[in-house]
Design a protein around this ligand. Structure first.
Ligand SMILES: *Cc1c(COP(=O)(O)O)cnc(C)c1O
Length: 402
């Protein structure tokens, strides 16, 4: 399933393309399903009832708008830019994933699908999907790699409690990539009855666009909130990048605002060799993985490389295609922070602000710790805190010897 090829003639002007990236590289059996999904998704944009229900659920059920919190003690300690945290960690189920799961869950119901499948890495998308399926009365099956099931056991139990079936995946590296392959296999077999609720800005068109649109609310709120609090735009917005959904959500509204730096933080893992990290822009080359053309970590034979990160949610060999385009155009910058910097950032934020970030989000915090001190004290730095750290307590207890 995880084949890497270079498209002969990628056309930049087709829908679902971001520059040359994106597209729809799937088995024949899925093309009709993706076309139907695109059509149904487009129809919801003009469906006032659908939009009103989504808005109400985001507000009353998920807890939007999330606060934009001024981290005054951290700002004082670092002595540079004014640091704000966008508190997606305060959402119901503990991460930004619920924004997308609610949107697509309503879409699944509108399309008359009774069965929903999903993949999950750290388990946050699985939990969000299981939650929305419980809320809407839909059957739910979540695919999760065995490695991730072991390191995010709490989320496995949460999904089961919510009534979802969690299916372990024991092929390949037994992480997110393999869970996606298994979910795609299920979808090919059951496409008429089943909705595939993909969790990041990844995969074949229309997923990267649709997921981005459902996460766009993050940067719409940031812009409104920062203008109200400070009367000006931030100098930079920082977000961690796994597949890229929280980052594209936090960036999107600011793309036309050229003075706002957009900084994506990938997982630097435990070293710079292939297999030791998940920094796609540091060693990845363009290729096709799981339906889309983007940067992929692969070896010289085009075999997908193993990846490593202390955070399961960033541990993926490819990256959303819109980030590939933002990278090549230079509009966004991509850096990497390693496992130990992320762990240090968890401790720093916990003890300075009383906030336990998810290990994924801690990569973004680590970048802020690095660049804030050299910035002008008038500059504003917004860090998207994509999720809370409760799910990581097992890893944190072991790594930090708590
Ligand atoms: C899933 C997850 C991520 C990574 O996914 P993106 O699609 O890149 O946002 C980051 N942070 C948290 C808390 C997550 O649960």
């Amino acid at each position: 399933m995880a084949s890497v090829i270079l498209p002969a003639n990628p056309s930049p002007s087709r829908p679902g393309r971001f520059g040359v990236y994106g597209g729809r590289y799937v088995p024949e059996t899925l093309v009709a399903a993706l076309v139907e999904l695109e059509r149904e998704y487009e129809a919801t944009k003009a469906d006032a009832e659908f939009q009103a229900e989504l808005h109400t659920l985001l507000h009353d059920y998920a807890g939007r708008p999330t606060p934009l919190y001024f981290a005054s003690r951290l700002t004082q300690q670092l002595g540079g830019a004014r640091i704000y945290l966008k508190r997606e960690d305060l959402l119901h189920t503990g991460a930004h994933k619920i924004n997308n799961a609610l949107g697509q869950g309503l879409l699944a119901r509108r399309m008359g699908k009774k069965r929903v499948i999903a993949e999950t890495g750290a388990g946050q998308h699985g939990v969000a999907t299981a939650t929305v399926c419980a809320l809407l009365g839909l059957e739910c099956v979540v695919y999760m790699g065995d490695v991730d099931m072991a390191r995010q056991e709490l989320n496995v139990q949460r999904m089961r409690l919510l009534g979802a079936e969690v299916r372990g995946v024991s092929s390949g590296s037994r992480t997110l990539k393999d869970a996606i392959s298994e979910a795609m296999r299920d979808w090919v077999t059951n496409v008429r009855t089943t909705y595939y609720l993909l969790g990041s800005a990844l995969g074949a068109h229309p997923y990267p666009t649709m997921v981005r649109d459902y996460q766009h609310v993050i940067s719409k709120e940031i812009k409104e909130q920062i203008l109200e609090k400070e009367g000006r735009l931030p100098a930079a917005v920082i977000a961690c990048v796994g597949g890229g959904s929280n980052a594209i959500g936090a960036f999107y509204e600011f793309i036309p605002e050229r003075q706002v730096r957009l900084i994506g933080v990938e997982a630097g893992g435990c070293g710079s060799e292939l297999g030791q990290h998940a920094a796609r822009f540091r060693g990845g080359v363009p290729g096709v993985l799981q339906g889309t053309f983007s940067y992929v970590l692969q070896d010289e034979d085009g075999q997908i490389a193993m990846t490593h990160s202390v955070s399961a949610g960033l541990d993926y060999a490819s990256i959303g295609p819109e980030h590939a385009a933002l990278h090549d155009s230079g509009r966004a910058e991509y850096v990497a922070q390693d496992d130990s910097a992320a762990l240090d950032a968890v401790v720093r934020l916990a003890r300075t602000e009383g906030i336990l970030p998810a290990l994924e989000s801690a990569h973004a915090v680590a970048e802020a710790l690095k660049i804030a001190p050299a910035m002008n004290p008038r500059d504003i730095l917004v860090v998207n805190l994509s999720g809370r750290g409760d799910k990581d307590m097992g890893i944190l207890a072991r790594e930090l010897k708590l």
